[in-house]
Design a protein around this ligand. Structure first.
Ligand code: ZN
Length: 389
């Protein structure tokens, strides 16, 4: 199986290089990048699924995690399906998460917009988030919104509205700094500030955290201890794939305890194909690749895994009217391509699969150790003083 994949990938690579050498002098863009992207889509959408008829069963650490966290899972007894359900009510429950940030907050956009320019950048977060909220309402679906501290400070009414409309609120850092670029002290200080800021806005403690760009990578495990110290119950910052800027392909694919059992890690959903993890967690993978790729990946997850899949996206991903940011071709693809189709794809996803906020999808695991009733570090007076300051 792996041999066939390797042969196909070598042929594809040779074809891309040959075409690039042929057309590089006549075109004014990066043909290799464009071809590579097209072939990447082709590979994901067609070739790899054909080779993966028999997706490998994972012997993940879920069993040990479930032994440690004895609470009953909300999907207990439902996760393994023997047929392909066509209606979302027949399916197990997965976790849907939104990283609440504007289009210029992304790591890709930082190549064209610096942090000092954020204040002056035209914002799109309110209309995009309202469209997303309306779409979720019309599908009777709640989600978890991991809120950027900068957004909570600038748009407190928007964050309160999300909370009042029944969605779970979590933290997506203070200023979108990557964890692996910070010292433990910097991470502790900025995360504590963001948590207090967000809690002061919604007047409730929060329990979930997601690092920008899934940046709790190998070597940054100290961040889990910090999150536990700050009163978080769970994290969703591990993406168990090979990726040039993030990812930990050796991490478990499903929920596992970290920080000496004080914190649960809920990794982004992956599809095991030919011995490798492919992301089917949403975001750019949903936006740029054919819908059937995510659909088949989630079906494989439901067949083989015993826990909810973790999906994510951003409000700017359903916004085709993002103001222009000067970026390289590759970065432009990652930042803007597929935004026209994203809302339709999300609707199809909501039609076919069953989603809930993390706190509900993983209710059993979070309640197993009394996490949701644990004393919070929330200090209202302190948080209000920070917002006022
Ligand atoms: Zn982000």
């Amino acid at each position: 199986m792996l041999g066939k994949s390797a042969v196909i990938l070598v042929i594809v690579a040779i074809a891309a290089i040959a075409l690039n050498l042929t057309f590089a002098h006549t075109l004014h863009f990066e043909p290799l990048g464009l071809l590579g992207f097209g072939l990447f889509c082709l590979g994901y959408a067609g070739i790899i699924p054909l080779l993966s008829r028999r997706t490998e069963k994972e012997s993940v650490s879920l069993q040990s995690a479930q032994k440690t966290f004895t609470g009953p899972s909300i999907i207990a007894g439902q996760a393994v399906v023997s047929r392909r359900p066509t209606n979302r009510s027949d399916r197990p429950c997965h976790a849907l998460t939104i990283d609440l940030e504007d289009y210029f907050h992304t790591e890709v956009a930082s190549q064209g917009v610096s942090f000092s320019d954020w204040e002056h950048q035209p914002s799109r977060i309110e209309p995009s988030t309202h469209r997303l909220l309306d779409l979720l309402d019309s599908n009777h679906t709640k989600a978890t919104f991991f809120v950027l501290g900068w957004v909570a400070r600038r748009y407190p009414r928007l964050v309160r509205e999300i909370h009042q409309r029944g969605h779970e609120i979590g933290c997506h850092s203070l200023n979108h700094q990557l964890v692996h670029r910070m010292s433990p002290n910097q991470f502790h200080e900025s995360t504590a500030t963001a948590k207090d800021l967000i809690e002061s806005v919604i007047q409730e403690p929060i329990f979930g955290y997601r690092a920008p760009c899934f940046s709790i990578t190998p070597g940054c495990e100290w961040a889990f201890d910090t999150l536990a110290q700050l009163g978080f119950s769970y994290d969703s910052s591990v993406h168990p794939v090979n990726h040039p800027t993030y990812g930990n392909p050796k991490a478990p694919r499903s929920a596992y305890p970290v920080a000496h059992g004080q914190l649960m890690e809920f990794p982004i959903a992956t599809w095991r194909v030919a011995g490798r993890n492919l992301s089917v967690g949403g975001g750019a993978y949903l936006r740029l690749l054919p819908f059937q790729y995510i659909q088949r990946g989630l079906e494989a997850w439901e067949k083989d895994m015993q826990s909810p899949a973790m999906l994510y996206l951003h409000p700017w991903e359903i916004d085709p009217y993002q103001p222009h940011i000067p970026l390289s071709f590759q970065s432009t693809v990652r930042q803007t391509w597929g935004t026209t189709m994203m809302e339709d794809k999300l609707q199809r996803l909501l039609n076919q699969f069953h989603f809930a906020p993390v706190r509900d999808a993983h209710k059993g695991m979070l309640e197993g150790k009394g996490y949701t009733s644990r004393q919070s570090t929330f200090q209202l007076d302190q948080a209000v003083a920070q917002v006022a300051g």
